[in-house]
Design a protein around this ligand. Structure first.
Ligand code: PEP
Ligand code: MG
Length: 754
């Protein structure tokens, strides 16, 4: 195709010309040369060059108009080398009026680029990853205008898709270009929820694929975009406004969303991208790519958080564009979810039957997202740094939450090995299933009661399958976390009735709302706190908002319908707090009685021991309560002053250490002396070795995630409790810190199955 005269300005006509050039056929290199020529002409630039990243990470000159043609496929730059390398590293444009004077300028004689001063380079972004750099240059010293920068970015995005689609680069050449990571990789992280899984990567923050990048009808695309933005804005407005005055801790987050959604700059960038000839979806992806590349460089955690908000907003907008604003994501059959981090409610949005595993770049073992993963029996490995850069949507991946590793694009022999291990795991599960109806007695005849932690309606369905003897902890806040607005009395009553009915004769302990901390709700009013774990959470919030707590207690009383009711309060720190909370229960019972409602046949009100202060006031506390349950997740967080949600510190201290076990022994001894029933319901109760230590210390009620019941029962059945007690008590007299290996040795010596 001949290019005559100066091309019309603007990316729209430029994109049309590129399309025409491509339609002319011919060898790939000739088409690529034609494309850079059209860009140079259209932008009135003397030079236009395209560099692409090789799998070696080097940037190679693939085409140029204006530089020496012999440099094509010969000039290579290391990552970070020269201005081009710098753009690649930063993932954002560089616009310079005098390039040779820039500290990163590196002169390559073979290119003959010395006479050019003005320089504009933009990253060629695909899915937020830079796969190359597109550059224009002029002799004269000048800065390119904002419009020109914008135009070149749009062209770079279209080029990225064309390169990936094989339209511009020879198939043989394309193999060497790193469009996406393709080598097998193994990443080491931490296991947060046990198990093994093999499946297909699904990016939690994935863009909806835009089928078509270039539009034929800009007006129609603009209309579609406007409608989608309008729908998104009003959805967010409703989320924020319809809160009946109860607006919440993540209010600020939502407010930021709303700010972004109404943001003129964002809207304008989208509109301009559409006007330039992109489809609305492509426009969203382009603006997203740019934000992502820019913000992911930010060191400031606040800014990086904003990236998370923006990602979500973009996903929502794409869903509106596809005409499905509120629809949940469709998962492939064996889905492995890939995310930076997950909020407590995020996992619940996915189809449990298809979600087989989770890999997180960050995360922590006792964060609520991990607890939910364990409750759903989904293996989760976290703390995998660099994960999201290394995995693409659809990649085969393995979650090895036995060793705490992730395999990306594994080789066939690795897949075979993992499948064999999955098989062994299934066989062990069958063995646990056979133990289901065997009561958990130790070899020396002590009965250990194994209970299940729950929080979702689906948990009730599996209660009887696990062989647990009841629910030792029902986390009522899960219902609140998945709701769009505060669940009403009827909804709460319905859930609790379902749980009590489903449990049949088995006891259920309801824990009143434990919100705040890492469990923030969009509709509950709270200020942003510097230390949410030490802040306004759990019973503190309930006592300050008695209407909320009383509503819940009322729902529990109604649901019990004259049957037994067991309730406990989380994070009670002083005996006065317990007294006040207990008075609310009594008040509600009286209120129900006055209205002729049936009151519980038996009422047991207990407390969770999670705040260390309470351990030093057990003498006063135990005479006031019907039972206690030790929440070791929080108790240890406060004991070791280590945020349970922060992976840097949460795995630093061992629950099987002298201070931790001494505290547990203090609690057990005091409860035994006063005759107060006590259980442990933190995550440690569900791990065989930890459970071994707890039973040795005298605990005989353990409440755990469903997947823990089988392994812990097998441990109990093999245990001589008296011998274990002597061994652990002896260890606690020593000066050792972590006793994990000593306890493990002891368990092996006693032939305990752990
Ligand atoms: C605990 O803190 O140990 C506990 C069981 O409660 P949660 O994990 O829900 O805070
Ligand atoms: Mg707790």
């Amino acid at each position: 195709m001949a290019i005559t005269g100066l091309a019309a300005r603007g990316p729209r006509s430029l994109l049309r010309q590129i399309r025409e050039a491509l339609a002319s056929g011919g060898p790939a290199q000739a088409r690529l040369d034609m494309v850079v020529r059209i860009i140079a002409l259209s932008m009135v630039a003397e030079v236009c060059s395209l560099y692409l990243r090789r799998a070696t990470s080097d940037l190679e000159l693939f085409a140029t108009e204006g530089l020496n043609p012999d440099a094509v496929h010969n000039t290579r730059l290391k990552p970070g080398e020269g201005l081009v390398g710098e753009i690649m590293r930063l993932g954002r444009p560089l616009n310079l009026s005098d390039a040779p004077n820039h500290p990163s300028f590196s002169y390559r004689p073979e290119t003959g680029e010395d006479p050019y001063h003005a320089f504009l380079g933009v990253p060629v972004l695909r899915g937020g990853r830079a796969i190359g750099v597109l550059v224009v240059q002029n002799r004269t010293e000048r800065l390119y205008s904002e419009d020109e920068v914008e135009d070149l970015q749009i062209i770079a995005m279209v080029l990225a898709e064309m390169v990936a689609g094989g339209e511009l680069v020879d198939e043989a050449e394309l193999k060497g270009v790193e469009l996406a990571p393709h080598r097998p990789e193994r990443l080491k992280g931490l296991k947060f929820a046990e198990g093994l899984a093999y499946g297909e990567a699904v990016l939690h923050e994935a863009p909806v694929a835009s089928q078509q990048l270039l539009s034929d009808d800009a007006t129609r695309e603009e209309e579609r975009l406007k409608t989608a933005i309008g729908a998104l804005q009003s959805q967010l407005d409703i989320m924020l406004d319809g809160q009946h005055g109860i607006v919440g801790p993540s209010f600020e987050v939502l407010e930021t969303y709303r700010m972004f959604a109404h943001d003129r700059g964002w809207n304008r960038s989208l509109e301009e991208a559409v006007r330039s000839g992109l489809t609305a979806e492509a426009a969203v992806n382009r603006v997203r790519s740019e934000h992502r590349a820019r913000l992911s460089q930010a060191r400031d955690p606040y800014l990086r958080e904003r990236l998370h908000d923006l990602e979500d907003l973009n996903d929502r907008l794409l869903r509106h564009l596809s005409g499905d604003g509120a629809a949940p994501r469709v998962l492939p059959e064996n889905a492995i979810l890939i995310a930076r981090n997950l909020g407590p409610a995020d996992l619940l949005e996915y189809d449990r039957t298809k979600l087989k595993g989770v890999l997180l770049e960050e995360g922590s073992g006792i964060s609520h997202a991990a607890i939910i993963a364990r409750a759903m029996d989904i293996p989760l490995v976290g703390g995998l740094s660099g994960l999201r850069d290394r995995v693409s949507q659809g990649d085969p991946v393995i979650v090895d939450a036995e060793s705490g590793e992730a395999y990306l694009r594994p080789r066939p022999d690795v897949i075979e090995a993992i499948m064999a291990r999955i098989e062994v795991r299934n066989l062990r599960r069958q063995e646990f299933a056979r133990l289901r109806d065997t009561p958990a007695f130790t070899r020396d005849g002590a009965k250990i009661t194994l209970l299940m932690n729950a929080g979702l309606t689906v948990d009730i369905d599996i209660l009887h399958e696990t062989g647990a003897e009841g629910i030792g902890l029902f986390r009522t806040e899960f219902q609140f976390m998945v709701a769009e607005e505060l669940p009403r009395l009827e909804a709460q009553t319905a859930l609790y009735s379902h749980v009590i009915d489903g449990a049949g004769d088995l006891p259920v302990i309801f824990r009143t709302l434990d919100l705040g901390g890492d469990k923030v709700l969009p509709y509950l009013e709270a200020d942003r706190e510097d230390n949410p774990a030490l802040g306004w959470r759990a019973v503190r919030l309930g006592l300050d908002r008695p209407a909320l707590l009383r509503l819940q207690l009322r729902a529990l009383i109604w649901a019990a319908k004259g049957r037994e009711l067991r309730v406990m309060f989380p994070l009670v720190t002083t005996v006065e707090e317990f007294r006040t909370a207990r008075a609310l229960v009594d008040h509600e019972i009286t209120w129900a009685g006055r209205r002729g409602r049936p009151t519980p046949s038996v009422l047991r009100v207990g407390v969770m021991i999670e705040a260390p202060a309470l351990v030093w006031h057990l003498d006063a506390l135990l005479s006031m309560v019907d039972f206690v349950s030790v929440g070791t997740n929080d108790l240890m967080q406060y004991l070791f002053a280590a945020d349970r949600g922060n992976p840097r510190v949460s795995e630093r201290y061992d629950f099987l250490s002298t201070p931790a076990l001494r505290v547990m022994k203090t609690i057990q001894d005091a409860c035994a002396e006063s005759g107060t029933p006590v259980s442990v319901c933190g995550e440690m109760a569900g791990r065989p070795l930890e459970a071994f230590a707890l039973v040795a210390l005298g605990f005989d009620r353990l409440s755990m995630p469903p997947s823990g019941v089988g392994p812990v029962k097998r441990m109990v059945l093999s245990l001589d409790r008296e011998a274990a007690r002597r061994g652990v008590v002896h260890l606690l007299k020593g000066s050792g810190g972590s006793l994990r290996s000593e306890i493990e040795t002891l368990a092996r010596k006693l032939y305990v199955s752990i």
